[in-house]
Unconditional design. Structure first.
Length: 106
């Protein structure tokens, strides 16, 4: 799925827009613009394509390792940072109950 960006969505009566994503065993990555817009030492930016390339290179690794690989790349190859680096990954591990909105694992 391509990046969603900031798009106007109609809000419900409470002013909040609800979206349901079916990941079908995949992973949803949510990240701030500081991840893809910071300068790299080579003068380029990571951009979304660079983010995706790193994720794909580590696709068989656990989620924390995939995210860590992006952060490590930015630390090793990053130049001037002008914004925060925040990445959230939500992985569908197929361990939910049918019909449940969410499930907390302990």
């Amino acid at each position: 799925m391509p990046p969603l960006g900031i798009i106007p969505l109609p809000a419900g009566e409470d002013g909040i827009q609800d979206e349901i994503f079916k990941l079908n065993g995949g992973t949803l990555y949510i990240f701030t613009d500081g991840v893809v817009e910071g300068d790299l030492l080579n003068g380029n930016r990571l951009e979304v394509e660079g983010f995706m390339k790193i994720i794909v290179e580590h696709l068989d690794d656990p989620l924390a390792t995939r995210i860590g690989s992006v952060v490590a790349h930015l630390q090793e190859h990053g130049g001037r940072r002008h914004d925060d680096i925040t990445i959230l990954g939500v992985e569908d591990m197929g361990i939910y109950e049918e019909g449940a909105a969410c499930r907390t694992l302990t």
